[in-house]
Design a binder for this molecule. Structure first.
Ligand SMILES: Cc1cc2nc3c(=O)[nH]c(=O)nc-3n(C[C@H](O)[C@H](O)[C@H](O)COP(=O)(O)O)c2cc1C
Length: 369
């Protein structure tokens, strides 16, 4: 019996299987508003067979977008645009498929070019904007120097997280997750690589974690009990000076204590010069450490590309859920094929059901190798 295709309760939300579409920026929004690109993207992924589809990093305030194309939930217009897309995705989703959203603030990595424009800081003629961060240190040479957040900035941004979460609840999401990884604002504040503050939010781990934890608590308090709340955190910063796996375990335990339902363990992005040693399943050991050390529901991510590999992550208990990013962009029917390979039942859309061997055994579809 496939464990990957067994149902699971993420706090108040039951998913039909353990496959999650990882949040993936499309850099294609208009002033934070989703459009037809997101419509096709999310409608397709809602039929992928994944038990949960997580919408890309969604900025909680306008200056918290990474690029001019990033999605936001900082205005009524943003909310309406997203509502249209999410309603459509739900209308075609496979039975039981749930929808989550990642809410985020890019901090000093905001005001950037889309990846296909170079991915660097926006040039003067490309409508750049001032950025904020834990400390007034640029991400890299030539990047915008952010303003060190004042107490007022921190209050405004904390409120923006709460307001964006409320908008997400109104839209009907089943889960809301905070982006606390990849060098964006909340990670930037927690990592000793980027936080050199001398006030109560810098220095010790307790100080660095305090503000992100208060945001997690505030979001949890603002979200009704039927919606799951979680966070994507960094498993480690890949350098001795940065966050370590033990910090990730401690953070997960604290997030659990403030009521969060799940954690996704990623890594990287804190510092441009730090090399991440990437290989299949390279972040699974971090997820396993977080799960074992904190007891919170844990999602693994990062180069988990095959059905057998994903099954193994869940069956061995390394993580409860598996997020897949590029594998699902490449093959938005990933879940169908995984079910077939692992001998699991999956309800296909009736319109496409004849691709299954079960319905037409004598003339099974020959899939190119
Ligand atoms: C196009 C693209 C956009 C991404 N955007 C986000 C994002 O919005 N939030 C996030 O936490 N990670 C983002 N990521 C990272 C993925 O969620 C995932 O962690 C990473 O791609 C590794 O998983 P994979 O090997 O299955 O692709 C993005 C990755 C890709 C390829």
């Amino acid at each position: 019996m496939s464990q990957l295709f067994s149902p699971f309760a993420i706090g108040p939300v039951t998913v039909p299987n353990r496959i999650v579409v990882a949040p993936m920026c499309q850099y294609s929004a208009d002033d934070g508003c989703m459009n037809d690109w997101h419509l096709q993207h999310l409608m397709n992924l809602a039929m992928s067979g994944a038990g949960m589809v997580v919408v890309e990093a969604t900025a909680v305030e306008r200056i918290g977008r990474i690029t001019h194309g990033c999605v936001g939930l900082y205005s009524d217009v943003n909310e309406r645009a997203m509502q249209r897309v999410i309603d459509a995705a739900r209308a075609v989703a496979l039975p039981g498929t749930t929808l989550g959203i990642q809410i985020a603030h890019a901090g000093r990595k905001a005001s950037s070019e889309r990846p296909w424009e170079g991915g660097g800081p926006l040039k003067d003629n490309a409508d750049p904007w001032p950025t904020v961060a834990a400390s007034a240190t640029a991400f890299d040479e030539g990047w915008h120097v952010p303003r060190e957040m004042t107490g007022q900035d921190m209050m405004r941004i904390a409120t923006a997280f709460v307001e964006a979460a409320k908008r997400a609840v109104r839209i009907g999401f089943d889960s809301v997750e905070l982006h606390m990884a990849h060098g964006y604002l909340l990670h930037n504040v927690m990592s000793p690589l980027s936080n050199t503050r001398t006030d109560g939010f810098g220095g010790s781990r307790e100080n660095r974690f305090a503000w992100p934890l208060s945001i997690a608590a505030a979001v949890k308090a603002a979200v009704p009990a039927h919606v799951a709340v979680g966070a994507r955190i960094t498993g480690q910063d890949w350098t001795d000076e940065g966050l370590q796996v033990a910090d990730a375990v401690a953070l997960a335990a604290e997030l659990k204590a403030v009521g969060l339902d799940f954690i996704c363990v990623s890594s990287g992005g804190a510092h441009p010069r730090v090399r991440v040693q990437v290989k299949p399943g390279y972040q699974v050991p971090f997820a396993a450490a977080v799960k074992a050390g904190s007891g919170i529901t844990t999602r693994a991510v990062g180069l988990i590309n095959t059905a057998v590999q994903a099954e193994d992550v869940v069956a061995t208990g390394a993580a409860d859920l598996v997020a897949i990013g590029r594998g699902l962009l490449d093959n938005p029917r990933w879940g169908w094929h995984a079910a077939e390979e692992l001998g699991a039942e999956l309800t296909y859309p009736q319109q496409y059901a004849r691709v299954t061997k079960r319905l037409w055994p004598g003339a099974a579809l020959a899939r190119p190798k």
